[in-house]
Structures are given as C-alpha cells and as structure tokens.
Design a protein around this ligand. Structure first.
Ligand code: HEC
Length: 183
C-alpha cells in the first residue's frame, strides 16, 4: 500500500512538472494521439447518452418547425458545420476537433435510431461541448427553438443543395419571433 502511494505521488509530481514546464502543446494544429482521441470520444458519447436518454422528443416533421430550424441553422451554424453547396470556411478549417458536416452523413431511416439521434443532438445544441468550440445555444434560445434546430439537423443528413436553398428560402417567407438577419 505504501509503495503504491509513493508511486502515485511520484507520477503526480511528474505530471505537474511536465505540465508546469509548458512541454504539453495546446496548439489546435497538434493532434491528440489516437488513443487519447478514442478515450475522449468514448467519454463524450457516454456523457451525452446518459444525459439525453430521458428527454421526450416532440413531433419533428412539421413544416413550420423545419422552416424555423432552417432559418436558425443558416444564420448560426454554417460557419462551422457548413451546408449543402457551401465550401469549407476559414473558421471551419481551423477547428480542432472538427465540426461534423451533417449533410454528408447518411440519412437515418430507422425510427428508434432517429429518436436517439434527436435526443443527443438536442442535448448538445442546448448545452454545448467543453473544449470543442461547440456553443451552448440553450443560454440564448428556448427548447422549442432548439427542437426546431434538432429537426433541421436530422433532415440535413444527405440533403442536396437545391433542397437546402428551398428550405432556407421558405423560412424567409414565414414569420418568426426571432429573426437572424446576419450578413
Ligand atoms: C464555432 C463553431 C461551431 C458553431 C457555430 C456551431 N457548432 Fe456544433 N459543433 C462544433 C464542433 C467543433 C462540434 C464537434 C465537437 C466534438 O467533436 O466533440 C460540434 C458538434 C455539434 C453537434 C453534435 C454532433 C454529433 O454527432 O455528436 C451538434 C448536433 C451540433 N454541433 C449542432 C450545432 C447547431 C445546430 C449549431 C447552430 C445553432 C452549431 N452546432 C453551431 C462547432 C460549432
């Protein structure tokens, strides 16, 4: 027991010395080891799953809801997550971890899988993710708006440029309480 305690103390001291000396490179251009990446991914998946699983998903296929989601997505998310027909931006290129590009993901056909994704997307959009640049939109948007964005992100899977343009265009013609007239 004593040996174990002194081993832990020595290891802890080593960690403090290495981190304190500035040897660890915090640059976003310096990728994690693949084992570190896998551990972070595993921890993130579990963390989100546990917190999202008891959420109740409202109906996500209404035209109004999708239009609202499209408007918000187009105004607030494309610099990082891009959109059909949009080239990588200076911001998206520099992110580490990279933001997922939803329209390049496979459409989800299984209903249970869709519900699970909806819960997890909602949770992430509302709460953000530590040390990733993914903001917590729940600090500025209510749950209804976040479900609208969730519905739209799910719909984005496999979406073509024309459909994206149509949805964003149709959103401009419907009235909302919260406009995003960003340039
Ligand atoms: C400043 C950049 C940035 C902006 C703006 C941003 N995100 Fe993200 N987002 C990220 C990054 C980076 C990740 C990936 C984090 C990771 O890999 O752990 C992420 C992850 C996500 C995820 C989780 C995806 C998954 O499969 O786990 C969802 C959902 C999401 N974002 C939705 C949105 C929505 C909706 C908006 C707009 C309201 C938005 N994001 C705006 C950077 C951004």
């Amino acid at each position: 027991m004593k040996k174990l305690l002194s081993l832990i103390s020595v290891l802890l001291l080593l960690v403090i010395l290495v981190l304190g000396s500035g040897a660890y490179n915090m640059a976003a251009t310096e990728k994690h080891w693949s084992i570190t990446e896998k551990i972070i991914e595993w921890a993130r998946e579990n963390s989100i799953e546990v917190r999202a699983r008891d959420l109740t998903v409202p109906p996500l296929d209404g035209t109004e809801l999708l239009a609202k989601g499209a408007e918000h997505y187009n105004a607030m998310c494309t610099t990082c997550h891009l959109a059909p027909g949009l080239k990588p931006t200076e911001l998206s290129t520099g992110l580490y971890p990279q933001a997922p590009v939803f329209h390049q993901r496979e459409p989800i056909t299984d209903q249970i899988d869709k519900l699970d994704h909806a819960k997890e997307y909602f949770w992430v959009i509302k709460n953000g993710l530590k040390m990733t640049a993914m903001p917590a939109w729940g600090l500025s948007h209510d749950d209804d708006t976040i479900w609208a964005m969730t519905a739209f992100v799910l719909k984005l899977h496999g979406m073509a440029t024309e459909q994206y343009k149509d949805l964003v265009e149709s959103a401009k013609h419907s009235s909302h309480d919260h406009a995003h007239d960003h340039p």
